[in-house]
Design a protein around this ligand. Structure first.
Ligand SMILES: Nc1ncnc2c1ncn2[C@@H]1O[C@H](COP(=O)(O)OP(=O)(O)OP(=O)(O)O)[C@@H](O)[C@H]1O
Ligand SMILES: [Mg+2]
Length: 250
């Protein structure tokens, strides 16, 4: 394969997720290229988190095909997991541990040595401006710090794919900017990033490509700026409302 040829790092074909009677993801097809910043947009309950959970193997695929690094989560979950980092939507930090212990425990899951763990923790705490908080318990952190720690933890295994489910929800504009800068740094290092966000300015700023999901189906996809032009709207928020309507979902 030539260097200019894009490598499909994730490929989904007619992907379906059913929870009993409910079809949460209803036959979506998409691919993510290596090194891409890819956004999943959609109203509450659209199926974004469910899609991400299938990608990181937390939730089994009901129907369709899903390949990550050419492997199926059903058959090769261990190999896939080694190369993926996840910051889930729900704050899953351990409140009984300190900041650094939350990182160390994850390092153990990935079999890092003591030296590797020390080095990685130091690097990540610096990268996310959490050094001074290293020995503090989680409940001493602000919301922004917790979100940064969640992303730091997702990076403990130097993942090739970073999955971020609403990493900036509830953050002030300053904290959001810090997060954006860090994510931009990671993209420059070649990390493939999957992002879910309800902040349309964020998706416009960060994403190379987006898909808009509604009621479990992809209703639009492409580069944010090109989509804005195509639909003749002012910005991504207007496009989002044009596509998904103004009715409440939850
Ligand atoms: N474990 C589960 N069991 C049953 N239904 C579920 C489960 N998880 C999600 N759902 C349902 O699946 C649908 C999609 O949920 P999902 O969490 O993927 O939405 P989302 O797009 O991430 O929404 P949000 O923006 O609110 O986070 C919703 O109707 C939700 O209620
Ligand atoms: Mg969600």
């Amino acid at each position: 394969m030539s260097l200019t040829e894009k490598t499909k790092i994730i490929e989904a074909k007619n992907l379906v997720k059913k929870y009993g009677e409910l079809t949460a993801v209803d036959g979506i097809s998409f691919h993510v290229n290596a090194g891409e910043f890819f956004g999943f947009l959609g109203p509450n309950g659209a199926g974004k988190t469910t899609t991400m959970k299938m990608i990181y193997g937390f939730s089994p695929v009901s129907q369709g095909e899903l390949k990550i690094f050419g492997m199926s989560p059903q058959d090769d979950l261990r190999n896939i997991k080694r190369k993926i980092g996840v910051a889930p939507q729900d704050m899953s930090l351990d409140p009984d541990l300190t900041v650094i212990q939350n990182l160390q425990i994850f390092a153990r899951y990935f079999d890092l040595t003591k030296e590797q763990t020390e080095k990685k923790c130091e690097e990540l705490l610096n990268f996310f401006h959490l050094k001074e908080k290293a020995t503090q318990p989680i409940d001493h952190l602000s919301g922004g710090m917790k979100r940064r720690l969640l992303v730091a933890r997702a990076l403990i295994n130097d993942p090739e794919i970073l999955i971020l489910d609403e990493p900036t929800t509830g953050l002030d504009p300053q904290s959001r900017r810090v997060m954006w800068e860090r994510l931009d740094d990671l993209k420059k290092k070649g990390v493939t990033i999957l992002l879910t966000t309800h902040y349309m300015d964020e998706a416009e700023e960060l994403c190379d490509r987006i898909v808009v999901i509604d009621y479990g189906k992809i209703i639009e996809e492409g580069n944010p700026k090109q989509l804005i032009q195509k639909h003749g709207v002012k910005n991504l928020e207007d496009l989002f409302l044009k596509l998904t309507g103004k009715g409440l979902r939850d």
